[in-house]
Design a protein around this ligand. Structure first.
Ligand code: NAP
Ligand code: ZN
Length: 318
């Protein structure tokens, strides 16, 4: 399907890749994997969508479709490697280019339906920030009533707060930015704690069932593990470029679990979009023209985003 792109969210992964912080970047690069728009043309074998439908494209545009993880509908863990929306290659070897663009062509099996009740600009970040926080909360077994800490209140973090609350958890935000306290509560957090305040780590020791860590830069995971209850789980979704040390003693004393999670499959992404429509959840966005993208990257690096930049691609069409 040919999709006319209306909006594309700006993920911190775009910065990591445009600056080749993870290594192996393919240039020239067109970033962007939080894509929403409307179907402009549908090929003859397209059966589920028609011209004009509101659709989204997330972090991948294809996968092997044959081996176990694809058959389970968790294409992000494709045994032969998913085909990233950008900074990757199609199965035929052609480079892929992402959503900082006016149009994209994608197989309907890798396209999501955006519920009509969601505004398109506020839905764009759900395609990565939304599913990246929803999937681990579900797969690691968060239950209503559990205490959940979200570390880092940026694009992923603010979706973690909204989705954690909608799933029934009691959410605490742990942030380096004391100025975000009011926002955190407005987003649905019951509590807020500044991590610059050393008392925080004493006061909150053994308080949480789950910690979802969305931080984009190096920090000490051991300090956060200390905040888990016995049998608690810390899930890493933030992807700093440098590895960190984990002390065995941080884990063994209270039978803790440390895990990670990467985006989500097509089926679960659709489930998350429908969940958001049902629970009236969407991203808080600052819409920018493409001409402001460098400024947006600099502001994100300073933690100055409330809470996702979204590019209006009309600015590229003029
Ligand atoms: P973002 O909007 O820039 O938010 C990151 C937040 O982390 C900041 O707002 C800040 O929150 C906190 N932070 C930044 N530097 C910090 C530091 N040095 N120490 C402690 N906290 C710090 O980024 P994002 O788009 O949410 O992405 C976050 C990370 O997730 C990135 O590394 C990205 O690549 C990764 N990611 C992973 C997946 C996946 O599938 N696992 C998917 C998408 C993105 P406070 O001001 O509240 O401290
Ligand atoms: Zn992303």
């Amino acid at each position: 399907m040919l999709i006319d792109i209306h909006y594309c969210g700006v993920c911190h992964s775009d910065i990591h890749q445009a600056r080749d912080e993870w290594g192996g970047a393919l240039f020239p690069m067109v970033p962007g994997h939080e894509i929403v728009g409307r179907v402009a043309q549908a090929g003859g074998s397209v059966s589920r969508y028609k011209v004009g439908d509101a659709v989204g494209v997330g972090c991948f545009v294809d996968s092997c479709r044959e081996w176990s993880w694809c058959r389970k509908g968790e294409e992000q863990y494709c045994d032969r490697g998913m085909n990233s929306t950008y900074n990757g290659r199609e199965r035929n070897g052609q480079p892929t280019y992402g959503g900082y663009s006016t149009r994209i062509t994608v197989d309907e099996n890798y396209v999501l339906r955006i519920p009509e009740s969601l505004p398109l600009d506020r839905a764009a970040p759900l395609l990565c920030a939304g599913i990246t926080t929803y999937s681990p909360l579900k797969s690691y077994g968060l239950k209503a009533g559990d205490s959940l800490a979200i570390v880092g209140l940026g694009g992923l973090g603010h979706m973690g707060v909204k989705l954690g609350k909608a799933l029934g958890a009691e959410v605490t935000v742990l942030s380096t930015s004391p100025s975000k306290e009011k926002d955190a509560k407005a987003l649905g957090a019951a509590h807020f704690a500044a991590t610059s305040n050393k008392d925080t780590f004493q006061k909150l020791a053994r308080k949480f069932d789950f910690i979802l860590d969305t931080v984009s830069a190096e920090h000490d995971y051991n300090a956060y593990l200390n905040l888990l209850k016995t049998d608690g789980t810390m899930i890493l979704v933030g992807a700093p470029e440098t590895p960190s040390k984990i002390g065995a003693f941080s884990l063994i004393g209270r039978r803790l679990k440390l895990g990670g999670s990467m985006i989500g499959g097509i089926r679960e992404t659709q489930e998350m979009l429908d969940f958001c429509a049902k629970h009236n959840v969407a991203s808080d966005v600052e819409v920018i023209p493409i001409q402001k993208i460098n400024e947006a990257y600099e502001r994100m690096l300073k933690g100055d985003v409330r809470y996702r930049f979204v590019i209006d691609l009309n600015s590229l069409k003029k």
